[in-house]
Design a protein around this ligand. Structure first.
Ligand code: ATP
Ligand code: MG
Length: 321
């Protein structure tokens, strides 16, 4: 898990930290928010006797928290109400710790997840994007597909993970032919994200943390199975070469501007280098994974995260758009 991996490094560096697992709300820690006139105070009390106040916090690393679980704590019928109350208490706690201390603040993170918003803003800052048609209208999709001579991919509008009973399914990006287009359009009531298929040299993950950037090539074109979606290799035991690369300064600067548009201090951006020599923006992950990149390439992402958390506000996060 990325958080364990980060904590390992924090310990090695002797960085003082407190870990709060939100699913342990009410068991491992308690929270008091005091508001009195212009005075607002936060106290997080840990079971080991430590108390953390807002002024003690230099930086907060926020990573995919789980919901509190009041099962067994309150009557069965009251569980949904209790969980909602607990979540709101946590959201209020997030609100009382200034946004500039977070990597990233949940509010900014939530505001940065819409992919159309990302594509629009990426285009505004000068990044190339694949022609895109997000639709549940059969006629409009057919027109888009014809325009690109069926050289299109289809992917999820939000993200590809979904649960079926106990199993987690994963809809990956698919290249299409005429038959696949017909099949997909038989379910057109569900919107799909259709894009021109960019023939790639390789995939790129660009990790941005404050002023630091780490560009990594993912050699997706080395295997036929991973040419369209490199993640298809995961389930087939295919290990793709990952290597640090230098991106043109212009591309990096545009990605930095994109983060500033969303007031983010951290994001992992998915790009591809096309066979046409152009860099295309695909999406931005404001809470994206990074641990596997450091494990495969040795790029010092954990140190950059810890440095950024300890540095405090940099003052240049926001950009008025
Ligand atoms: N227009 C495209 N042309 C070629 N390949 C693409 C295109 N869009 C996505 N891919 C490939 O699909 C994979 C996943 O891309 P992307 O992150 O855009 O998909 P997603 O479904 O939005 O992802 P996520 O589940 O991470 O939100 C990558 O291997 C990427 O190169
Ligand atoms: Mg992605």
């Amino acid at each position: 898990m990325a958080t364990d991996y980060l904590i390992l490094r924090a310990r090695e560096r002797g960085t003082e930290y407190v870990r709060i697992n939100t699913e342990d709300y009410g068991r491992a820690f308690s929270v008091t928010l005091l508001l009195d006139g212009s005075c607002a105070k936060v106290a997080i009390k840990l079971r080991d006797g430590r108390t953390v106040k807002e002024e003690d916090i230099t930086g907060v690393f926020f990573r995919q928290p789980r919901a509190p679980d009041p099962t067994g704590v309150v009557e069965k019928d009251d569980v949904p109400f209790a969980r909602r109350e607990m979540l709101e208490h946590l959201r209020s706690l997030w609100r009382m710790i200034p946004e500039h201390k977070w990597l990233n603040h949940p509010r900014l993170l939530m505001a940065a997840t819409n992919k159309v918003d990302q594509l629009l803003k990426a285009s505004e800052v000068g990044l190339a994007i694949p022609p895109t048609c997000i639709s549940n209208d059969v006629g409009d999709v057919r027109e888009f597909v014809a325009q690109h001579r069926v050289d299109v991919v289809v992917k999820a509008v939000k993200h590809g993970f979904y649960a079926t009973g106990d199993a987690i399914e994963f809809a990956i990006t698919q290249a299409m032919d005429d038959a696949a287009v017909d099949k997909a359009l038989a379910n057109a009531a569900v919107p799909m994200n259709w894009q021109r298929h960019i023939a790639k040299q390789y995939d790129i993950r660009l990790t941005l943390i404050g002023k630091r950037t780490f560009a990594t090539a993912i050699r997706s074109q080395d295997h036929v199975e991973t040419k369209v979606d490199w993640r298809a290799g995961d389930s087939q035991g295919i290990h793709l070469v990952h290597e640090p690369i230098e991106l043109p300064a212009k591309v990096v600067e545009r990605c930095r501007r994109l983060l500033r548009r969303f007031a983010l201090r951290y994001a992992a951006i998915d790009l591809v280098l096309g066979q046409d020599g152009k860099y295309y923006f695909l999406e931005m992950n404001p809470a994206g994974q990074w641990a596997w990149i450091e494990q495969l390439t040795g790029q010092a992402i954990r140190d950059a995260i810890l440095d950024e958390l300890l540095a405090g506000p940099t003052g240049d996060t926001h950009e008025v758009s």
